[in-house]
Design a protein around this ligand. Sequence first.
Ligand code: ADP
Length: 387
Amino acid sequence: MLTIKSISLRYKFAGLTALLLLVTVVALTELANHQMQTHFDRYLVTMGRCVMMGGGGGRPGMSYGASEADFLGSVHDGLYAMGGGLVALAVAAAWFFTGRLTCSLKRLAVAAREMAAGRPAFPLAVDSGDEVGRLTATFNEMAEKIERNNADRRLLLANIAHELKTPLTVIQGNVEGMLDNVVERSDENLLLLKDEVHQLSRLVSDLRDIALAENRQLSLDRRPVPVSDIVLRAVADFRPLAEEKRVRLDCNVRNPVVAEVDSGRLLQVVHNLLANALRHVRPRIGAVELTVGLADQDPDCFEIAISDNGGGIPAAHRSRIFDCFFRADGARSRNDGGTGLGLAIARQLCRAHGGDCWLAGSSGEGSKFVIRLPVRAATSDGVKREG
Ligand code: ADP
């Protein structure tokens, strides 16, 4: 059914413009006519060129000669013709400009429909700097972002499939070999299978954590805990590995901080960063240092910095190390047990706490990662709770 809402913007704008102009022009023309006639009458009376209450043309009570009546008639006609011309011109202009506007909006609607149908939206030409131009530019930005997200999602799915396939192939091959009696059912082989199953379940739980954190559905058990206890616990966990590699592992607590954090999750973050640092330092000459304390620039936050003197991260890789499955040296990290998810999880867990984790510096002489979290948990309305 045809309703006002369903009529094209072009008809609405042009119609409204025509109506408004018609009313304005008619009113102005009538006013001009009236004024002109009044002054003309006064002029004629002053000049003694008309007769009051006489016959012939003119207003009631006024009688004009033929030339005066002609003059008045032509002025009136001229005013009406000009008014009509103005209305026609304005309607044509409104029709033209609203045509351009609706054409741009139609183009946007078609592009949005194409995108919804899964066909990549090409960048639309931005041919003006007005609101429609800005809307088109914003649409282009949005389309590009959606495309990038879709590409990331496809890549992530391909990576997940690839990462799952490797341990599954090993497990499948070994189990089939054991059933066919071509692989020995020894403790050694069973331990190998157990490692692969462990790797698989770690991968799946890491992916689950990332997905939950990204969707803000990760539940954190936040309680006030001394942050140094968590860091010292992580150091103690990695001490045997550091000793095995004969690497120095130091912890420097600048000031004691009690913060409302999920201690298990924070320990996981420190573990991930510490594991990376120890993986990348050279045996015997390597050194890893952790520093804990309130953030210099923001006393409402605390920081944990983890520095190593390993080979550092190549500049070209620095912007991607927090991406899922990114490994600067793929084969080596995989063999070392790295899933390529360690930094991605660390960052998501920090963000779930309302903080962040980033690479503060890296060169050929080592890397420094920083974790910064708020000391107090924000309430659901974003306000920090009083202690
Ligand atoms: P992985 O499981 O491979 O360690 P991460 O997400 O923890 O995955 O790290 C991503 C990549 O970042 C690593 O493969 C490594 O190339 C690089 N990286 C992380 N930490 C360090 C570090 N301390 N020194 C050098 N490279 C690092």
